[in-house]
Design a protein around this ligand. Structure first.
Ligand code: MG
Length: 269
């Protein structure tokens, strides 16, 4: 982030006049003058004065047509679950490895997480709810993508299945309803592309800057730099325990919600 210096003054003047029962309010706000530090010097008069060549921008292989960026860390490509373990006892993940290069929640085996830990990331993950629809509300193919191990982006079969909007598919669970519902039909593959910036904590463990999540669901923006107010518990307010890097965690909702995942990769930012 570039440093900015706010040199201007916000001038707020409110004029309120009352006139025999009729109340009229006028508010005049003059814009703050924001000057970016890098421009706080004499203005160039030639085009070269505003052009720069270093540092060089890294070249990354394109991720078109289902391909993976050349600098991505592959977390699951369908070949094994060796990079994943159960949260509860750190044993290698016992979810089902399917023949179509996906994995599926194994009933009541618990959440799984990557062995590796990450901070800020661009994450790509694909998920599918069972084609055969079961149950309703929060119990219809509920899972979740937990960024940094603690911030849940909800996975749910919301097709013709209403629930509380801040817990529906694509929500930052119990914090931010999605901007749109963009799911494909039950049984088909959804994509989530998620950009996460971790919160920052001072040496006393107090949060000094909130984390953010941006989520694109099947090409549709559904979370736009949403502020993380803290963790995403089922019951209670968000909490803000200080933390560093963490794993990517996938949820076993515990009710035989047989959600599948495939093609999981991320880029560290
Ligand atoms: Mg969930």
């Amino acid at each position: 982030m570039r440093n900015i210096i706010i040199l201007g003054i916000l001038v707020l003047s409110a004029l309120v006049s009352c006139n025999e029962g009729a109340q009229e309010s006028e508010v005049e706000i003059k814009d703050a003058v924001i000057i970016h530090e890098e421009y706080n010097k004499p203005e160039p008069t030639e085009p070269e004065g505003t052009e720069y060549y270093a540092p060089k921008v890294p070249i990354v292989g394109a991720a078109l047509n289902g391909e993976i960026p050349s600098d991505a860390i592959v977390l699951f490509d369908g070949s094994s679950l060796d990079d994943w373990m159960h949260v509860q006892d750190s044993t290698t993940a016992k979810w089902h490895l399917n023949k179509d290069a996906s994995m599926m929640v194994a009933d009541k085996t618990g959440n799984i997480r990557t062995k590796q830990e990450f901070g800020d990331v661009q994450l790509h993950i694909e998920w599918s709810s069972p084609a055969e629809v079961q149950r309703a509300g929060q119990n219809r193919a509920n899972s979740g993508v937990f960024i940094n191990g603690i911030y849940e982006v909800q996975v749910l079969d919301n097709n013709n299945n209403d629930t509380y909007v801040n817990g529906q598919v694509g929500s930052v669970y119990k914090q931010h309803a999605p901007l749109a519902m963009a799911s494909v039909a039950s049984g088909e593959w959804n994509t989530y592309d998620i950009i996460y910036h971790a919160p920052e904590f001072n040496s006393n463990g107090s949060k000094i800057k909130s984390g953010t999540l941006t989520v694109i669901h099947n090409g549709v923006l559904i979370q736009d730099h949403a502020e993380l107010k803290g963790t995403t518990p089922y019951i209670g307010w968000p909490k803000n325990p200080p933390h560093g890097k963490g794993p990517l965690m996938l949820q076993d909702h515990g009710d035989n919600s047989r959600v599948s995942y495939r093609n999981i990769w991320l880029r560290e930012l």
